[in-house]
Design a binder for this molecule. Structure first.
Ligand code: PLP
Length: 228
């Protein structure tokens, strides 16, 4: 627990170093602390060290942490798989959702977003290295889903989220992130308004920053290993 503040600072230093090395504007990459499986106490240690954005993958676990840390002004991001019977609770309790991959879910989230809240910030999850994972939209299908999201009053399209297959080398990691960046540029070129490229984790954040990520999702390097 006492390591969390220093781990967090080390991750921030990695991000800043990568920004400088790859010609990115200083401070342009946002850090999402991925806190799944970790205790409310671990999150509190990160909050005390200045962290505000937290990412969670499991709804029930997330809801108990949101309640436990309710007095802090935190920004909660849902980054796990979305089941359609969970859309109401997701729409009611989170500020961001990074893992949108179906039209039906988009409609349900929008309809369930409480009118008193600003629209839910949404990233579309793209399956950028097809062989690796079943989740995410095929690159060729992203534009259609993005156009639907922009029409929905309860949602605010922010960008794309990718989880590439673990890269064997820095250059392999960069190649998958470069494809994601190219897709992002293609969509904004079509007139879609987006500002977020959510990519990079503990083991590949430098490669992601090199290729234009402006939001990295980091768990292990901040909170330590997750239990199996
Ligand atoms: C768990 C998770 C992360 C964090 O991964 P680390 O390797 O622990 O940094 C990032 N993004 C998503 C979608 C995750 O599920």
């Amino acid at each position: 627990m006492e390591n969390i503040a220093s781990n967090l600072q080390a991750v921030i230093d990695r991000i800043r170093t990568a920004e400088t090395r790859f010609g990115r504007e200083p401070g342009s990459v946002r850090l999402l602390a991925v806190s799944k499986t970790h205790s409310p106490g671990a999150l509190r240690a990160a909050v005390a060290a200045g962290q505000r954005d937290f990412g969670e993958n499991y709804l029930q676990e997330a809801l108990s942490k949101i309640a436990a840390l309710g007095s802090e002004r935190l920004i909660w991001h849902y980054i796990g798989p979305v089941q359609s019977n969970k859309t109401r609770q997701l729409a009611e309790n989170f500020h961001w959702l990074h893992s949108l991959d179906r039209e039906k879910i988009a409609h349900r989230l929008s309809a369930a977003r409480p009118p008193g809240l600003p629209p839910l910030n949404v990233c579309i999850q793209v399956n950028i290295s097809n062989e690796a994972s079943k989740s995410g939209v095929a690159p060729t299908a992203v534009a259609d889903l993005a156009n639907i999201v922009t029409e929905l009053p309860g949602l605010h399209l922010r960008g794309l989220m990718v989880i590439p297959a673990p890269g064997a080398s820095f250059d392999r990691q960069r190649a998958a992130f470069a494809r994601s960046r190219a897709l992002y540029d293609e969509l904004t070129g079509l007139g879609l308004s987006m500002d977020t490229l959510s990519m990079g984790m503990s083991d590949d954040l430098e490669a992601a920053v090199a290729e234009g990520s402006n939001l990295v999702r980091v768990g292990t390097a901040i909170f330590g290993q997750r239990r199996a």
